[in-house]
Design a protein around this ligand. Structure first.
Ligand code: UDP
Ligand code: MG
Length: 330
């Protein structure tokens, strides 16, 4: 008897466009969102799919998405088991997207699907990532726009990727690029920087932005601090991820050389000048410098090992899908 393993593949040819939308308690926006999307995507003569990732909503968004998945052929609902956050939700969408071009947008109607064709056109000019820029942003000035302006400046200066608006979810990616990027924590805000690490060509395009009509924002001011922490991670990844020994080894060489030089001087004082060195603070410094040097080398070596593990180990998803819903026919 032969056992045959068949995967339940719905489509053999991949669509041209995958639209990935993270959804957390956006039930009121959903009907209009899907309607707007079809209105702007249908005339394009591009094959497309819409992936809605329900991030553990408690307002019935998941049930509504399940219903849509049965009635709309092009829509797939990916329901996560609990609320993981926007980054894992987007990562789930990226992993399940089959399109050659991937568009991400918010599920709260703040992004405008009318911009999708413009983003795709820009991407086709030869870019790997086109980032939306909410030039005329419709959010509260003090609590949202000011921190965002500062964050964008900070991220831009530290990562070296000058994009005006890191926070805009509306972006277009080449699928190959997305496949190379691993997302953790809340790193979706740093996607252009992560893409840059992967060697992507990045462009920016001003996009429309609307005020939130339904529901409420899922973030408060506290995200500013998390952004700073994430920034340190991204900075380290960009600079040193593939060569930790260079960083720690350099520090190690610096402290060891200084320690040995001062140690030689003390040896001369002791044996050349016949003076007592037991009560010299310099002696303690020599010991500390040489020990630090040894430690830096050890950390560098450990870093090298960890870096290899990081790059070579299996890709473990950062989410668990409860269920994938899609219509029967096709
Ligand atoms: N979102 C999510 N999981 C979360 C928080 C947010 O999937 O834990 C989704 C949310 O439904 C929306 C998008 O991420 O589609 C952006 O969230 P929000 O509009 O609250 O952010 P803002 O526009 O205020 O920056
Ligand atoms: Mg929003």
């Amino acid at each position: 008897m032969t056992t045959q393993l068949t995967l339940p593949l719905r489509q053999t040819t991949s669509p041209e466009l995958s639209v990935v939308i993270p959804i957390y308690n956006e039930i009121e926006s959903l009907p209009k969102l899907i309607e707007n999307l079809t209105t702007h995507l249908d005339p394009l003569a591009l094959s497309y799919e819409i992936l809605c990732i329900d991030d553990g909503s408690t307002d019935g968004s998941a049930q509504l998405l399940k219903k849509y998945a049965h009635t709309h052929r092009f829509l797939r609902a990916i329901l996560l088991r609990r609320n993981y956050g926007q980054t894992p939700a987007m990562a789930a969408g990226f992993n399940h997207a089959r399109g050659k071009v991937i568009i991400t947008l918010d599920g709260d109607l703040q992004n405008d699907p009318a911009d999708i064709p413009l983003l795709v056109d820009k991407l086709n000019e030869g870019y790997d990532l086109v980032s939306g820029w909410r030039k005329n942003r419709q959010d509260a000035a003090l609590t949202r726009l000011l921190p965002s302006k500062m964050a964008n400046w900070l991220i831009g200066s530290i990562t070296g990727v000058k994009v005006h608006d890191y926070g805009c979810t509306l972006k277009a990616y080449r699928a190959e690029l997305v496949a190379d990027m691993n997302l953790y924590g809340e790193l979706h805000r740093f996607l252009p920087a992560l893409a840059f690490i992967e060697g992507a060509r990045i462009a920016e395009l001003p996009v429309r932005h609307h005020a939130r009509q339904y529901g409420s924002s899922k973030y408060g001011l506290s995200r500013t601090f998390r952004v700073v922490m994430d920034l340190l991670t991204v900075y380290f990844m960009r600079k040193f991820l593939t060569r930790p020994m260079h960083v720690f080894g350099m520090l190690g060489i610096g402290t060891t050389v200084l320690g040995v030089a001062l140690g030689l001087y003390l040896t001369y004082v002791k044996f050349g000048l016949n003076q007592n060195i037991g009560d010299r603070p310099l002696l303690i410094l020599v010991a500390i410098l040489i020990l630090t040097g040894v430690q830096m080398f050890s950390i560098g070596l450990l870093g090298e090992l960890l870096m290899r593990t990081y790059h070579e180990s299996q890709n473990r998803p950062i989410y668990r899908v409860r269920e994938i819903v899609e219509s029967e026919e096709l």
